[in-house]
Design a protein. Structure first.
Length: 217
């Protein structure tokens, strides 16, 4: 079973848009929006083959996932299982120190417990291209010429990462897809594009999401 948990992300619904584009290819995928009870209503460590997070804790008038939800996700990770973090997913459990350190690169909130300067997202059209590296996935990823949208920049690196895709915009060059490893040898892929519907339903974006799911599960 694949579990895909999203918030509505200020009513832009990126998770839902992505899910609707890929659902037919993943009949075993369970999609949940704006409801954190899923983390404790199933046995994540035992029954979930891949956890996909497209959410930021304490946004969209939603509560921070509680200790029980955080512990269930930690247990899943301790089992050596993989994470796919879409857009703001690196901050899905940002109030918990172990999660902040786990994700490879993370979106830093304005009230960051570790005192880092907040990340930011300029709005521009942008092209996401393959990075110059020898990771085996790089040549399989589809380069994307995307319309104007949020572009996540100024993230904090918390673990060694492979940078698989980059974008170069007016303020510099920034990673848009990375892979890192958890302390328990699970894989974590951060795929950062994807706020507006025009991006989260874009065929190249969807092709990359499906590639990453297939590789991680």
């Amino acid at each position: 079973m694949i579990i895909f948990v999203a918030d509505d992300h200020y009513e832009s619904f990126p998770g839902r848009n992505t899910y609707e584009e890929i659902a037919a290819d993943y009949p075993d995928m369970k999609f949940i929006e704006n409801d954190w009870s899923i983390f404790t209503s199933v046995d994540l460590a035992g029954d979930c083959d891949l956890l996909i997070l497209n959410m930021i804790a304490d946004t969209c008038n939603l509560p921070v996932p509680d200790e029980a939800a955080a512990e269930a996700v930690k247990k899943y990770c301790e089992a050596g299982k993989n994470l796919l973090l879409l857009h703001g997913g690196s901050s899905a459990f940002w109030p918990y120190a172990w999660f902040r350190e786990l994700v490879g690169i993370r979106w830093v909130r304005g009230n960051d417990p570790d005192g880092f300067v907040a990340s930011f997202h300029p709005h521009e059209p942008y092209k996401v291209v393959r990075a110059k590296c020898r990771h085996r996935l790089v040549n399989k990823l589809v380069e994307m010429d995307l319309p104007k949208d949020e572009i996540y920049t100024g993230l904090e690196q918390t673990r060694p990462v492979w940078t698989l895709m980059n974008t170069t915009i007016s303020t510099g060059t920034f990673p848009q897809c990375t892979e890192s490893a958890t302390p328990w040898s699970g894989r974590v892929i951060n795929f950062l594009p994807g706020h507006d519907k025009s991006v989260t339903r874009h065929p190249d974006f969807i092709a990359n999401v499906k590639l990453l799911i297939d590789d991680l599960r």
